[in-house]
Design a protein around this ligand. Structure first.
Ligand SMILES: Nc1ncnc2c1ncn2[C@@H]1O[C@H](COP(=O)(O)OP(=O)(O)O)[C@@H](O)[C@H]1O
Ligand SMILES: [Mg+2]
Length: 236
């Protein structure tokens, strides 16, 4: 079953159109990676899917329901989760306070339970719970961003370059955690990545986006063994 389906999406910023008819879908419990050169419109696509910028043409459905023009907070209630580039944490708040904010729409008791669950998935955050998020390393900050997004128990998690700026070792840990979120919690996940090997390794399918349009899509394993695509978009 397709849980999310974007068909022929046009979107941009004011008069500047960035997405010129992009189509992607996500099956239930699928992990999909979107790759493509810098400036291709990958982040813009996530913002449009989440409702942070309007979709001017095209259609977005969520479990068959038309959600093309819904606002982000409504989408959050329907099960959308989003972690923008750089993790979206509040540096001057503690780890615990960041998680509490992520659970804003729920009762205190429920928030406490969810934070306990988050600490099971991200033990490092438990250790650091009293420290300001601004003092965390890049990898820990990314973990906190994901943990925060998970506070609303989204069925869909959209991650914008979760490994940006991280060392290979730390980024490996981040991808292991993403695979965990998928396997243990059964979430459907869309990942945007420039360094796509690790991301495709934990994905079912992948899309290549170029200049605001679909260039190519296939099973992740096929993309990883496609010499042409590898040379063009995965650094050889
Ligand atoms: N807030 C914004 N206002 C105007 N233009 C933007 C904004 N954010 C991104 N853009 C433009 O949209 C295009 C695509 O950017 P982006 O979606 O960030 O690409 P990618 O994530 O694939 O690197 C770029 O030309 C960029 O300059
Ligand atoms: Mg981007």
């Amino acid at each position: 079953m397709k849980i999310l389906e974007a068909t022929d999406i046009f979107a941009g910023y004011g008069k500047s159109e960035i997405l010129h008819g992009v189509s992607i879908y996500l099956g239930q419990k699928e992990v999909v990676t979107i790759i493509g050169p810098n400036g291709a419109g990958k982040s813009t696509l996530l913002k449009a899917l989440m409702g942070y910028i309007p979709i001017s043409r095209g259609k977005l459905t969520w479990k068959g329901e038309d959600v093309t023009h819904l606002k982000p907070h409504v989408k959050v209630r329907k099960g959308f989760g989003y972690v923008p580039q750089l993790g979206n944490v509040f540096p001057s708040l503690s780890v615990l306070e960041n998680l509490e904010m992520g659970g804003f729409i729920q009762s205190k008791q429920v928030v406490r339970e969810k934070i306990e669950k988050a600490f099971q998935l991200f033990p490092i955050l438990k250790e650091k719970r009293g420290e300001k998020a601004g003092t965390l390393s890049g990898g820990q900050r990314q973990m906190l961003g994901m943990a925060r997004a998970l506070m609303t128990e989204p069925e869909l998690l959209m991650l914008d370059e979760p490994s940006a700026g991280l060392s290979p070792k730390v980024s490996e840990e981040v991808f292991r955690t993403i695979a965990d979120i998928h396997n243990r919690l059964g979430r459907s996940i869309i990942i945007i990545e420039q360094d796509a090997y690790q991301s495709l390794n934990i994905s079912d399918r992948g899309y290549v986006l170029v200049m605001g349009q679909n260039e190519f899509d296939d099973k992740a394993e096929n993309i990883l063994s496609n010499q042409k695509i590898k040379e063009a978009y995965l650094g050889g």
